[in-house]
Write a protein that binds this ligand. Structure first.
Ligand SMILES: N[C@@H](CCC(=O)N[C@@H](CS)C(=O)NCC(=O)O)C(=O)O
Length: 197
């Protein structure tokens, strides 16, 4: 599989961790996704212009990260990352992606939007989504022991907070999630996909 890629994208990281955990190769394609300067190379395959966008061996395109992760899970013979009938795992992946959607909007608002056009209440609304998502993750930390699509997504989501919001004290009052993440993030798949950029 080829992948339009960004080393800073937490959604791309989900795909890369999933590929690593399931023993699959990914060829990284150079790209520069941005909501302002769209990368035509990506748009040609995915009209949203976002990463990750995969090009499958038959040349067809697949997006977004959840769909690509499902495709990867269908390609290997090991333990499934989306065990059949386990809706909690699918919901946890959606929870993590919801946190990331809010975090990415908050980031675009603070680094891309011109200062005079910023809207503090809107930014606070995104930060509130992040906080309440983390609170739910804290109550579910016990269920994240296994490696699956839910725990991978939650790991990538909280890692993104450390990467882009280093002063945001998400660990405060979330001891179980903190403990879980310290252990889970030692996995080779996480160590080999550290974000940069
Ligand atoms: N729902 C998508 C979200 C992907 C996404 O927002 N990617 C960001 C990079 S982290 C992007 O490509 N942004 C460029 C844009 O918004 O046009 C997924 O799960 O793959």
């Amino acid at each position: 599989m080829k992948l339009f890629y960004s080393p800073a994208s937490p959604y791309v990281r989900k795909v890369m961790v999933m590929a690593h955990e399931t023993g699959q190769e990914v060829d990284k394609l150079d790209s520069a996704a941005s909501p302002i300067n769209r990368d035509q190379k990506i748009v040609d395959h995915n009209p949203t212009g976002k990463v990750p966008t995969a090009i499958l061996p038959d040349g067809s395109a697949l997006y977004d990260s959840r769909v690509i992760c499902r495709w990867l899970d269908a390609q290997h013979a090991g333990p499934k990352m989306y065990p059949e009938g386990n809706w909690d795992i699918v919901r946890q992946e959606a929870l993590a992606d919801g946190l990331l959607d809010a975090a990415l909007l908050a980031r675009y608002e603070t680094v891309m939007r011109p200062e005079e056009m910023r809207w503090p209440e809107w930014l606070q609304g995104q930060m509130d989504k992040i906080a309440s998502s983390l609170d739910t993750m804290e109550t579910e930390a016990e269920s994240l022991k296994d490696v699956n699509a839910g725990s991978i997504a939650i790991g990538c989501a909280v890692a993104y907070l450390d990467f882009r919001f280093p002063d945001y004290p998400w660990r405060t009052s979330r001891p179980q999630l903190t403990r879980w993440y310290e252990a889970f993030s030692q996995r080779a798949s996480f160590q080999m996909t550290q974000p940069n950029g």
